[in-house]
Design a protein around this ligand. Structure first.
Ligand SMILES: O=c1ccn([C@@H]2O[C@@H]3COP(=O)(O)O[C@H]3[C@H]2O)c(=O)[nH]1
Ligand SMILES: [Zn+2]
Ligand SMILES: [Zn+2]
Length: 245
């Protein structure tokens, strides 16, 4: 069996009809959660799952729709399931995640004073493909999102690009497809307005037809259905569906 991808949600940060853009990547025996936003606990519950069904979580960047569910994950894994989940993250993000995001809620004298008290932390180095399991290799690609804020897209198994939140970077996409064998792209997409910190649908529609045909749109707003016939050769990714990769 190859890998499978199931989105817990495909919504933008402020979408209300879709859960946060978080993903489950299955390799048959191992389940990786890619980002864990505010809505992740509820989205998992709706699928009949809990954090105990997940082996590891990987964080692309620090915004609430990508890390806001980690406090619940931490308390549930530590005190209910009495286990440590693997956390894949860069050193830089790990520092910020603890100091600026989680410490306020999780700190407990004698119990929790660092990420290591919650997680089995495994650092990922950007631009260095690392095997997470026998079947999953991930390379973190630094991509631009918010000035001064680290954000990493994923290149999975030298064939699948999964964008973090990012501004449009056509040269990266062209390079991955033409030079590195990329055959599937999962890309965040802002449907209307100027991109600023995201990639717009209009920008993605400037990609060559062959790249559009392998590109799936995610991280979209509640008015997605208004755009169903305006996406050229791009395809909307749907939350909950299982995609064979
Ligand atoms: O300069 C900024 C910074 C942020 N924002 C909004 O805040 C959201 C945070 O999560 P997100 O990264 O999924 O999406 C971001 C945008 O919707 C913005 O519009 N302009
Ligand atoms: Zn986001
Ligand atoms: Zn973001």
């Amino acid at each position: 069996m190859g890998l499978q991808l199931q989105m817990l949600g495909t919504g933008s940060a402020f979408a209300k009809n879709y859960y946060n853009n978080n993903a489950l990547l299955y390799d048959g025996t191992f389940t990786l959660l890619i980002d864990c936003g505010v809505t992740a606990p509820h989205a998992l519950h709706r699928l009949g799952m809990s954090f105990n069904d997940i082996d590891a979580v990987l964080i692309t960047h620090i915004h609430a729709d990508h890390v806001g569910g980690l406090e619940e994950l931490a308390f549930k894994t530590k005190f209910t399931f009495k286990r440590k989940m693997i956390l894949y993250i860069t050193e830089e993000l790990a520092h910020s995640l603890w100091e600026h995001t989680l410490k306020g809620g999780l700190y407990q004298e004698g119990e929790i004073s660092s990420l290591d008290d919650i997680f089995e932390v495994r650092f990922l180095q950007p631009l260095n493909p690392q095997s997470l399991t026998e079947l999953i290799t991930v390379e973190l690609l630094p991509t631009n999102h918010i000035p001064g804020k680290a954000s990493y897209s994923l290149y999975i198994n030298e064939s699948i690009f999964y964008s973090s939140d990012m501004t449009f970077e056509p040269s990266l996409l062209l390079n991955l497809v033409q030079e590195r064998g990329c055959r599937t792209i999962f890309h965040e997409c802002q449907l209307s307005g100027p991109g600023e910190v995201h990639t717009t649908l209009q920008e993605l529609l400037t990609l060559p037809e062959d790249i559009q045909k392998i590109t799936y749109l995610m991280h979209y707003a509640d008015d997605k259905d208004d755009y169903l016939h305006q996406t050229g050769d791009l395809t909307f990714l749907e939350q909950n569906l299982i995609y064979e990769l």
